[in-house]
Ligand binder design. Structure first.
Ligand code: TYM
Length: 334
């Protein structure tokens, strides 16, 4: 059976993009693959974090994955720092990946901003750790949103370079599995920017924990334009906010964008937003409630992550041990 690995950062405010771009696909693929889903706390500290908030955010991310439909009985769900093989393999890959490859990573440029010299070294080598996450399990498929595509390509480059440096076909070249329907959900305030948990405006996103009133209000206030909905997708090329709301409607209702446009052609955004709000409350409401329930039981979530980490380690440990042997490290004799 093919093996999936994917990850999500515990940086608080899980949002609709995380759900539609990632978690929902994880849930849909879980019966056809062996699945490993990771709350990537090692990645989170590449930007400054408050230790107390990190713990809650880690539980929130795990709760989001489970409430979003991933079954913790059949899938492995854990937090990254409980499995030391991730960091260990990342070091081996730091000595395979080239500076030039990392210099091309657009997320580093975005996240480091203007003060590059002030950024943590970890932020720069972040994609190397991401490659280690995936390859510590020899995962073959990585379901992610569009923004992660470049990192998965780098992971393939690292796998290939390791195999050729050491003359052994050891690591697979994993495929990014990006669902077209919701590959990139955009901000509700600016249709050219990705919806993100780090956007300072809460009105830019629908949080997975938002209740019905907040969801409806955010959709009502979402930026649009004064024109009615057109009857073809092409006419939305210059209307990113309008296109984003159509994309969200289509993704939430499992329809394609063109059929949503055809349904609402000629109608104003007031009416469309009302239907979208009803749909979003209906689909996201129960998920948010289940998340809140899980977050109110931290011991339950912590135990689940502990159990997941033990299972994850059973897979990663022998793979990383073999990688170390391939590199030429002496291991214990006894
Ligand atoms: P993160 O935590 O930013 O996001 C988790 C997942 O949600 C997707 N996503 C979106 N999809 C569509 N529209 C959006 N607006 C949107 N926002 C987020 C992301 O594409 C991602 O799939 N580096 C990763 C975490 C990671 C990882 C890994 C992923 C670490 N190691 C190994 C896969 C495999 C990240 O920061 O995701």
């Amino acid at each position: 059976m093919k093996r999936i690995f994917s990850g999500i950062q515990p940086s608080g405010n899980l949002q609709l993009g995380n759900y539609l771009g990632a978690i929902r696909n994880w849930a849909q693929m879980q019966n056809d693959y062996e699945c490993i889903f990771c709350v990537v706390d090692l990645h989170a500290i590449t930007l400054p974090q408050d230790p107390l908030e990190m713990r809650d955010a880690t539980r929130e991310a795990a709760a989001g994955v489970i409430a979003g439909g991933v079954n913790p009985e059949t899938c492995i769900i854990f937090n990254q720092s409980q499995v030391p093989e991730h960091a260990e393999l990342a070091w081996l890959f730091n000595c395979v990946a080239r500076l030039g490859w990392l210099n091309r990573m657009t997320q580093f440029k975005e996240k480091a901003g203007k003060d590059r010299d002030g950024a943590f070294v970890g932020l720069y080598t972040y994609p190397v750790l991401q490659a280690a996450d995936i390859l510590a399990y020899k995962a073959t498929d990585v379901p992610v949103g569009e923004d992660q595509k470049q990192h998965i390509e780098l992971c393939r480059d690292i796998a290939q370079a390791f195999n050729s440096m050491y003359g052994k076909d050891f690591f697979p070249l994993p495929e990014a599995r990006i669902q077209k329907a919701a590959a990139r959900i955009m901000s509700l305030r600016d249709g050219t920017k990705k919806m993100s948990k780090s956007d300072p405006s809460d009105y830019s996103r629908i949080n997975m924990t938002d209740g019905p009133d907040a969801i409806a209000q955010k959709i009502r206030k979402a930026k649009t334009d004064p024109y009615p909905l057109p009857d073809s997708l092409r006419e939305l090329d210059e209307r990113p906010e309008a296109l984003n709301l159509i994309t969200i409607f289509a993704a939430l209702s499992n329809k394609d964008e063109q059929s949503v446009i055809s349904e609402f052609a000629g109608r104003g955004f007031g009416e469309f937003k009302k239907c979208l709000a009803d749909l979003a409350v209906e689909t996201m409401g129960p998920i948010g409630e289940e998340m809140q329930r899980l977050m109110a039981c931290p011991e339950e979530v912590d135990t689940l992550l502990n159990v997941g980490a033990i299972k994850a380690r059973e897979i990663a440990e022998p793979i990383v041990k073999e990688a170390k042997e391939i590199v030429g490290f002496l291991g214990p004799r006894i």
